[in-house]
Write a protein of this length. Structure first.
Length: 380
């Protein structure tokens, strides 16, 4: 037997002892959980945790102190998870989620009043048509109006774009998410094909100004280089841009919008599919004032703020890993009026009916400075 084999055998013996000791520790944690439950004591005791971590750190050799503290931080998180599981104690948020699962209708509504930004012909309208069989659409001036209409109860739902496969996230939407209270109930990916639209008689070489939405401009960045002397003017939506061109008395303006918008507003299509990438998709979310969780909800969105301590974000990421939950998207956004403070948006792949999801949600509030659950939903 080589020295390496000897070392590995020694490690195996240590691992066996550590496994037995970890199980013994968890069994004692079960007893503590039962006591706390019987005496109405919360699972989390932050002061006790800090005392244990400080004591353990003092026991460790100087070069092992960091590893020891990290390991015990994870053990304590697992211990709290096991304690809740042992006494079946849920946080108020988890109770609300379970109630929503029970009370939400089993079929997504075929019709409802839905708020969208823009005018008739907007891409959001196409998203509504995919989400609802008979949508009753209320057009509002901008995204802020959509959020406000949903929060006030003026509309049952709102449909808004959150990200594009070419241009990335719609930053304005993520900033508005900090301002309003809402829940995501469904989402849809929509193929986006932009066309260059102009009034009858206008030629490509005549164009001096092009109207469109910021995201469409980003998605057609290379194409717009064909018009080095044309001014690009941003509008609230691409449909609004098409309507503006149609109503203008100028013959030197054009819009980047959908081909359907051209048909709707009587514009000529000078060129189709002008986006830089053919595989151009925008993801829209359907939001509601009330928490609704429909069957098939296998995607979760979260808004999380962590404390300014080393390892705070790591502890959150480690919990996803330990529960086998895949992170689909992680987006950071600056918090308004706070210098260099950031909020993190997560999209994660986990079913709303799974044990892993419930265990995660029972832990997140303790792991974070602030945690906002934005909903569980299905994407079509």
């Amino acid at each position: 037997m080589t020295m390496l084999d000897e070392y590995r055998k020694e490690l195996d013996q240590i691992d066996e002892s550590m496994t037995q000791l970890l199980e013994a520790r968890m069994r004692v944690a079960e007893k503590i959980a039962a006591y706390k439950h019987d005496h109405h004591v919360p699972v989390l005791d932050a002061r006790r945790e800090r005392e244990v971590l400080d004591r353990i750190t003092r026991y460790a050799a100087p070069d092992m102190a960091y590893y020891t503290r990290t390991m015990y931080s994870n053990i304590m998180e697992m211990s709290k998870d096991h304690q809740r599981k042992a006494v079946q104690e849920d946080t108020d948020l988890v109770k609300k989620i379970k109630q929503a699962i029970e009370e939400t209708p089993k079929v997504f509504p075929a019709t409802a009043t839905i708020a969208c930004a823009g005018v008739l012909g907007a891409y959001a309208q196409q998203a509504c048509d995919k989400l609802f069989k008979m949508p009753q659409i209320m057009y509002l001036k901008n995204f802020n109006g959509v959020f406000a209409a949903v929060e006030s109860g003026l509309c049952q739902y709102g449909v808004i774009p959150v990200e594009n496969s070419t241009a990335g996230s719609v930053n304005q939407i993520y900033d508005l998410m900090m301002k309003y209270n809402f829940y995501v109930v469904k989402s849809v990916k929509l193929k986006i094909d932009h066309s260059l639209l102009a009034k009858k008689g206008t030629k490509t070489e005549d164009i001096k100004e092009i109207f469109s939405h910021e995201q469409a401009v980003l998605q057609c960045d290379d194409y717009l280089k064909k018009f080095p002397h044309a001014k690009v003017t941003l509008c609230n939506t691409t449909a609004e841009a098409a309507k503006l061109v149609a109503e203008s008395d100028r013959s030197d303006v054009a819009a980047l919008a959908s081909y359907d918008c051209g048909q709707l507003y009587g514009l000529n299509c000078l060129e189709e599919d002008v986006q830089d990438h053919g595989n151009n998709y925008t993801r829209f979310i359907c939001i509601s004032k009330n928490l609704e969780i429909y069957p098939g909800a296998d995607k979760v969105s979260l808004k999380i703020e962590v404390s300014h301590k080393p390892g705070s974000l790591y502890n959150v990421l480690a919990r996803f890993n330990s529960l086998g939950i895949n992170i689909l998207k992680l987006e950071s956004r600056p918090i308004p009026k706070r210098d260099f403070d950031y909020m993190f948006y997560f999209d994660i792949d986990v079913n709303a009916y799974s044990e892993e999801f419930i265990r995660l949600m029972n832990q997140l509030e303790e792991l974070t400075h602030d945690c906002k659950y934005l909903g569980s939903y299905m994407e079509i």
